[in-house]
Design a protein around this ligand. Structure first.
Ligand code: HEC
Ligand SMILES: [Cu+2]
Length: 320
């Protein structure tokens, strides 16, 4: 089947076959509908053509039942795209538990990729097959879009926010990675490869990579370097809230609202501390907007995460 339809890229993720099936359904239904319409036009044009100049056709009285039938049936058929599409969309947006994390920063004109345990790569992404991979996407400058056709995933990478998308590779191989949002002169060069590897090969690759320490260790250095540590001492709260055990917790804000301390909240707390003030503290934290790049922010967030998450367990990043 797939050999017949070479216009599809490789099918190498847990959702790619489902996406293709929907696409085929869409194409088939559209083709059949188009054919039916054109055949009907042709047939009626001939069958009911004017045969003599003075001909007056018999008046046609409508049939309510027929009208309803030919409205409702196509409506239901078209609605199938919507239902099926919605189901797939939500499936592709909600990552299963227990996946691994990878952090990606788009920058004119390259992809910078960090693995929590240490390795960093540019325009290359190594992943094991059979494991859900959660991507956190940030942009240093303009809108990019992370696109891997063989996995049927595409997610915009928008400055000022962290987007998430996940995939699970099913077939070892080397797959194209594109930027799918025009982002300037060398947009067409903002490409790379995703290497999907057998589990043991991936482990081997991991152990060979980096020597610079995990994302969390790099984050810890930045935490010292930018003077965060001088205010946020780890032990007692004092003038500043402790960031230990912060990740994933509900934070009470001045004004009574609650927010979950997720990646986006931490990012905002650092770049724009006044947007949300923690209850019981004064807004004395300086903004770090324009001083810390997205790549470093992800490392600082990884560090805060490594200080414990809600529920007490330590995260992957620190165990390695
Ligand atoms: C001058 C002292 C000071 C410095 C320096 C400082 N902070 Fe803060 N930070 C605070 C205070 C006070 C709060 C609580 C009030 C608020 O929400 O703005 C806070 C809040 C936070 C929060 C939210 C905490 C929570 O419990 O929800 C995070 C995360 C954070 N800071 C991270 C950092 C990081 C990372 C740095 C370094 C890049 C940093 N801070 C530098 C004083 C500081
Ligand atoms: Cu781009």
């Amino acid at each position: 089947m797939r050999e017949l339809f070479r216009f599809f890229p490789d099918s190498a993720s847990s959702i790619s076959d489902a996406v293709d099936a929907l696409y085929l359904w869409l194409t088939t239904v559209s083709t059949i509908m188009t054919l039916l319409i054109f055949l009907a036009i042709g047939y009626f044009a001939i069958r009911y053509r004017r045969r003599e100049p003075g001909e007056v056709p018999a008046p046609v009285l409508g049939s309510l039942r027929l009208e309803i039938l030919w409205s409702v049936i196509p409506f239901l058929v078209m609605l199938s795209f919507f239902t099926w599409g919605t189901y797939l969309y939500f499936h592709s947006q909600t990552s299963p538990k227990g996946g691994m994390e990878v952090f990606i920063t788009g920058k004119q004109w390259m992809w910078k990729i960090q693995h929590p345990s240490g390795p960093r790569e540019i325009n290359e992404l190594h992943v094991p097959i059979g494991v859900p991979v959660n991507l956190t996407l940030a942009s240093e400058d303009v809108i990019h879009s992370f696109y891997v056709p063989a996995f049927r995933i595409k997610k915009d990478v928008v400055p000022g926010r962290l987007n998430r998308v996940w995939f699970q590779a099913t077939k070892p191989g080397k797959y194209h990675l594109f930027c799918a949002e025009y982002c300037g002169t060398e947009h067409s060069g903002m490409i790379g490869w995703v290497y999907a590897m057998e589990r043991h090969e991936y482990e081997q690759w991991l152990s060979g990579g980096g020597g610079e320490g995990s994302m969390a260790t790099r984050g810890e250095k930045l935490f010292q370097q930018y003077g965060c540590a001088s205010c946020h001492t780890m032990e007692t709260a004092g003038r500043c809230p402790s960031v230990r055990g912060l990740y994933g917790r509900q934070v009470l804000l001045r004004g009574g609202e609650q927010v979950t301390a997720d990646d986006s909240y931490l990012r905002e707390s650092i770049l724009n501390p006044r947007a949300k003030i923690v209850a019981g503290f004064e807004p004395i934290m300086p903004t770090f907007q324009g001083q810390i790049n997205e790549e470093s922010l992800l490392q600082i967030i990884a560090y805060i995460k490594s200080l414990g998450v809600e529920g007490g367990e330590e995260v992957e990043a620190t165990k390695k």
